[in-house]
Design a protein around this ligand. Structure first.
Ligand code: BGC
Length: 773
């Protein structure tokens, strides 16, 4: 790895071994937006994109998002706001900016993401037009120890000149969402205060425009030499409208390195009634503690996270790194202390989808947290429970009963999927996704059920899960339509996971999941009736559910139209009559290309799917289909799926493994795990593909390592490692016991740090006891 030799020893001493490093070894302005996403950091409170601190690049989308800070203003929907940009420090020599794009050229450029320590570091030498050379090195982190703090440290060395170097410490309150998309650009904040901060920094306070939630941002800068001596020559505060700016300068000798540390602290009205005082206080503490001490504590926190979350694949270095990359961003994102926030479809790394939670959370991301960080999983399911009233309102508004979850969910639980969309050319079109894509409600119930199944957190089931599963089941009962001729219940006018065919009648996935949801509700009701009559009666009273209604539920659920149980299953009524052709070409990233014969056929008239639909159904409802049926459907639909949603490849990997198509399974693992590292969907600039990251983790642990929890609640392993994977090791939190799992080509070995009792688990059908005599 070339980067090692480029960094000075200061940084080399900090950064981790190669296997933890993602490298950008050359600056290409066209790729900058992608790297801003890849090198985005998240503290569990906020996310900050990897924009260049020097601020002199043209193609950039600097952003700082904070969990729970949403606003609508002129946007189509409430979106996660871009909050004031604290990640800026401009540098000048004789009024010329020093940076990546401002000089004649840049040499020795390298930037790395150190996943083990949760930091970004870069190095380059900037050459000005008059030949002056300045070496710049920057190291940045968002503190995991104090998640409202972020900081970076700049090492500046004039290599062949000396003189006064000037700096501007900036907090930019002019930020908007969709900075580079004029049609969508919205300013979500109004700046309320721009001022000097005590005598050591500057402060900017904004309010969200709709709710007037205050957001305070404070920064402080110190300039020292390498021995820690103060080198600040002068400091002047300036206010440029909505920009807080401190001018600072220092005398620097040729070959000498000066060190600039920029500290930031952010606080919103969600955490404090007096954001300014909180920021001032916490910023002072941060500066006193110092960059290096905070970094040390931050790194310790990352070590703790990795101690649980790391997954090692011996024999496939590239895949090992990709998995770490996906895990790094997923585990860093959610706020572990805030069950009123969730995880956006692009994590907290970009603006696409407004930071909204989709079914992606329950079906793709939640399994990772269930197994590895169950306390975060609890937050994610609790988030849905907290919005249950809104889901009831949403059902009611649409003429249904029970609870109907929104397709896109922000902080209030309202439907945030826009009714209208504008194409880049300005044409408006009505967006029907929220009107028809109802299957998210079943996914929410599935998530709550799976959380319980894995953790056996009975308190959750009693206090939240039961009510949520019953109310979602109730929605489906009211959503069914009776077809008298066939004497069956149907669901017409819906969109299944495949959004290229909308709306359709009797989408196999939706009908099946609706049935599952109702049955699950009935199952839990029966359990509580028999085992906890008080709880049962309380629930029925609370949600005004009559036992007579349940008789109707039973009648209806048995008559839901389920497409065939065997053979090839039609995705929806009439799908088999569409213009058909199989995919037979793939691009350089292995992504399928639309068959030529279908180019002129409209999306809705051709058989080609956007993403896994029947295949997704088989993946979730494995007990309902025999393996031949699963294979038949995988083979048929796989040849017709373009995977234009990043949700699709991981499911195809998992299903490929299940039906024994190992070659294709591995190809799909690569598409899923490398989606952002190779930008194979072409939109990484808009954020990390959260579902695909969570899905990739599932591919390795649930797929290749064959881990699952069976219907009796027992941990099961049926590993099928590829020949070149010598072993896989990872950890899970199994109902309080930390299990260290090692899967080799011929065995499964479990060790535990803290399990004093014993439990049963099954390996390839054979029962074993951990901790038994
Ligand atoms: C997919 C949905 C997904 C959403 C957010 C869409 O392109 O079709 O299934 O939930 O992206 O990731």
């Amino acid at each position: 790895m070339a980067y090692k030799n480029k960094f000075t020893s200061e940084i080399q001493n900090i950064i981790s071994e190669d296997e933890w490093i993602i490298e950008e070894d050359n600056y290409d302005p066209r790729e900058n937006l992608v790297y801003e996403t890849l090198f985005g950091l998240a503290s569990g409170y906020m996310g900050n994109r990897g924009s260049h601190e020097e601020g002199d690049v043209r193609r950039t989308l600097p952003a700082n998002y904070i969990h729970g800070i949403f606003d609508r203003s002129e946007a189509f929907q409430r979106e996660l706001c871009n909050t004031p940009d604290w990640n800026k420090l401009k540098m000048y020599y004789e009024c010329e900016q020093i940076g990546i794009e401002s000089g004649k050229d840049v040499k020795e450029y390298v930037r790395i993401l150190d996943m083990k320590k949760g930091l970004v570091a870069k190095h380059y030498v900037s050459t000005a037009y008059d030949g002056r050379e300045t070496r710049i090195e920057i190291i940045k982190f968002l503190s995991r120890k104090n998640p409202r703090c972020g900081a970076f440290k700049v090492f500046v060395t004039p290599l062949n000149y000396e003189g006064v170097i000037e700096f501007e410490n900036i907090i930019d309150g002019t930020v908007t969402n969709f900075i580079d998309f004029p049609r969508f650009r919205v300013k979500h904040l109004s700046t309320e205060q721009v001022c000097e901060f005590s005598d050591f920094g500057c402060y900017l306070e904004s309010n969200t425009r709709d709710d007037k939630t205050p957001i305070g941002t404070g920064t402080a800068v110190e300039i020292k030499d390498n021995d820690g001596n103060d080198r600040l020559k002068s400091r002047t505060f300036k206010k440029f409208g909505e920009i807080a700016c401190e001018f600072l300068d220092a005398d620097v000798k040729q070959g000498e390195t000066i060190v600039i540390e920029k500290y930031a602290n952010i606080c919103t009205g969600r955490e404090s009634d007096n954001v300014k005082d909180t920021v001032l206080n916490d910023l002072e503490t941060f500066v006193k503690k110092g960059f290096d001490n905070e970094l040390e504590d931050h790194i310790k926190e990352y070590y703790k996270l990795w101690d649980m979350a790391d997954l090692q694949i011996t024999g496939d270095e590239k895949m090992q790194k990709a998995l770490r990359f996906n895990i790094f961003h997923v585990m860093s994102t959610p706020n572990p202390n805030d069950p009123s926030t969730n995880i956006g479809a692009k994590l907290i790394h970009g603006e696409e989808y407004g930071g909204h939670a989709f079914w992606d959370t329950e079906l793709f991301i939640l399994p990772f947290f269930n197994y590895v960080f169950p306390e975060v999983a609890h937050n994610l399911v609790e988030y849905r429970y907290r919005l249950l009233d809104k889901a009831r309102e949403n059902a009611n508004k649409n003429g249904y009963e029970g609870a109907k979850y929104p397709w896109e969910s922000a902080d209030t639980g309202d439907e945030e999927c826009p009714e209208w969309t504008i194409e880049p050319d300005g044409t408006c079109y009505r967006c029907y996704v929220a009107d028809y894509e109802h299957h998210v409600t079943a996914a929410v119930a599935y998530g709550a059920n799976r959380y319980y199944k894995f953790t056996k957190d009975k308190e959750f089931l009693d206090g939240m899960g039961l009510e949520l599963i019953v109310e979602t089941g109730r929605f489906w009962v009211s959503r069914l339509e009776y077809n008298e001729q066939e004497d069956r219940y149907e669901i017409t006018k819906v969109t299944g996971p495949d959004e290229w065919h909308e709306p359709v009648d009797n989408n196999a996935y939706t009908n099946h999941l609706a049935k599952w949801n109702i049955n699950q509700a009935l199952k839990y009701l029966k359990y509580y009736k028999e085992n906890d009559k008080v709880m049962y009666n309380n629930l029925l009273n609370k949600i005004k559910l009559d036992e007579d209604e349940l008789i109707i539920w039973k009648d209806k659920v048995d008559k839901i139209y389920i497409k065939d149980k065997e053979g090839l299953i039609e995705q929806y009524d009439g799908y088999f009559n569409l213009v058909d052709a199989e995919i037979d070409e793939w691009d350089k990233n292995g992504m399928p290309i639309l068959p030529k014969s279908l180019e002129a056929v409209k999306k809705e008239d051709r058989c080609i799917l956007k993403q896994a639909d029947v295949v997704m159904l088989m993946f979730l409802m494995e007990y309902d289909y025999d393996i031949d049926t699963q294979r038949t459907n995988f083979e048929y639909y796989e040849k017709r799926t373009l995977h234009r949603s990043s949700l699709s490849p991981s499911i195809h990997c998992l299903m490929g493994l299940r039906v024994g198509d190992y070659e294709r399974a591995y190809e799909y693992l690569c598409r899923s795990a490398y989606v952002d590292m190779t930008n194979n969907q072409g939109n990484t600039r808009e954020g990390i593909h959260a579902a695909s990251a969570g899905g990739s983790w599932q591919c390795v642990t649930l797929g290749y390592c064959g881990m699952s929890v069976d219907n009796n609640g027992t941990l099961v392993f049926n590993p099928k490692l590829p020949d070149n994977w010598e072993k896989v090791s990872y950890s899970i939190n199994w109902r309080g016991s930390i299990l260290r799992i090692l899967i080799t080509q011929d065995d499964v070995i479990i060790n535990s740090d803290n399990c004093n009792g014993s439990f049963k688990y099954i390996v390839d059908g054979e029962e074993r006891i951990y901790g038994g005599a």
